[in-house]
Design a protein around this ligand. Structure first.
Ligand SMILES: CC(C)(COP(=O)(O)OP(=O)(O)OC[C@H]1O[C@@H](n2cnc3c(N)ncnc32)[C@H](O)[C@@H]1OP(=O)(O)O)[C@@H](O)C(=O)NCCC(=O)NCCS
Length: 322
């Protein structure tokens, strides 16, 4: 028998306030035309008073549990991917655990920035396959609006807030054809200075602001994503022609197009939400997955490939049969 992590449900949450490019252009020296042409972004959500990484994560988790038909107490593992936790410690995952009313389970955060959800999913999958967990909540949740330099037009227009969650459950079968079939992660810490936050508890004792060399990040992203996608498809013994849906990290429409082209994947097989959510970092992949599950594009039996790349650099990909 083969033990795999099966996708049981998805959920997502967005802050109430939506901010269009036109609204942003009232306070930032930019234009709707520039943002759409360079990034494909038209809209983003910005967290307001009382909306935090943990509250958004909790909402997304509740939706995912409802979709899975499970109660919070059925969960024995929560992994929350975030670079913008409510507090330096404890982990935001423990706030979600308390908000969901779970008395005891394993709960921790993963910090891999935009690849955080792929990292969290891979760790949860390993724990499920090893028998250390049975049912896991894997969440990506971010409030990047709180670490943006709103005077830096080259970065502040690119990001938004939100959360996405999935419930994974252990399942044994003869053929092992469903669930997470393969995952591959990478990191290359030499590129710290291309995408980072200029503060932290152990250095400046401040939270800091996001800094990025956009063009260099862009170049690395296209190369690394195409390469890890090939790797993970090989691990799963599949080819890009087998992919029903690519659910990529939503950083920039041009990166999505370039990645799809490299894989010779038709653009109508790529789930795109960057236009409405902007880059929500660790939340972007589970948010996009939830959108495509709920609107019926992704159906049971579909082969779905997830990928992301972010600060570190970190990057990864995962092949999943829904
Ligand atoms: C950020 C990004 C959109 C910038 O696009 P670009 O084509 O590289 O643009 P540049 O940085 O070269 O800037 C071009 C010009 O636009 C200007 N500009 C930058 N931001 C602007 C904005 N929001 N509005 C209007 N003009 C802007 C620059 O000042 C520059 O002007 P100049 O030529 O007079 O100096 C692009 O590099 C990118 O998407 N990079 C990847 C970033 C990313 O996805 N990171 C997250 C990965 S997890």
């Amino acid at each position: 028998m083969i033990r795999r992590s099966i996708l049981l449900g998805t959920g997502s949450a967005l802050p109430v306030r939506a901010v269009s490019n036109a609204e942003l252009a009232q306070t930032v020296d930019t234009s709707d035309e520039w943002i759409v042409e360079r990034t494909g972004i038209r809209n983003r959500h910005i967290a307001g008073d009382g909306e935090t990484t943990a509250t958004l994560a909790t909402q997304a988790a509740q939706e995912a549990l409802a979709a899975a038909g499970l109660a919070a107490q059925d969960i024995d593992l929560i992994i929350l991917a975030t670079a913008t936790p409510d507090q330096t410690f404890p982990a935001a995952a423990t706030k979600v655990q308390a908000a969901l009313g779970i008395d005891d389970c394993v709960a921790f955060d993963v910090a891999a920035v935009c690849s955080g959800f792929l990292y969290a999913l891979t760790v949860a999958d390993s724990m499920i396959r090893s028998g250390a967990a049975q049912r896991a909540l894997v969440i990506g949740s971010e409030t990047f609006s709180r670490i943006l330099d709103w005077d830096d037009r080259a970065t502040c227009v690119l990001f938004g807030d939100g959360a996405g969650a999935v419930v994974l459950g252990a399942q044994e079968s003869e053929d092992g054809q469903r669930g997470i079939l393969a995952a591959k992660l990478h990191a290359d810490g030499r590129h710290n200075q291309l995408l980072y936050v200029d503060g932290g508890p152990s250095t400046t004792q401040t939270v800091g602001k996001l800094r990025m060399k956009g063009q260099e990040v862009f170049r690395h992203a296209v190369v690394n994503l195409a390469s890890v996608l090939r790797e993970v498809m090989e691990l799963a013994k599949l080819t890009p022609a087998d992919i029903d849906w690519l659910v990529p990290h939503q950083a920039n429409a041009r990166i999505l197009d370039a990645t799809a082209r490299k894989l010779k994947l038709s653009p109508d097989r790529v789930v795109v939400t960057v236009d409405r959510h902007a880059n929500t970092s660790a939340a972007s992949v589970p948010l996009a997955l939830d959108v495509a599950m709920r609107d019926g594009r992704i159906k049971p039996g579909d082969l779905v490939v997830l990928e992301a790349m972010g600060g570190g650099f970190t990057w990864g990909a995962c092949v999943l049969r829904v």
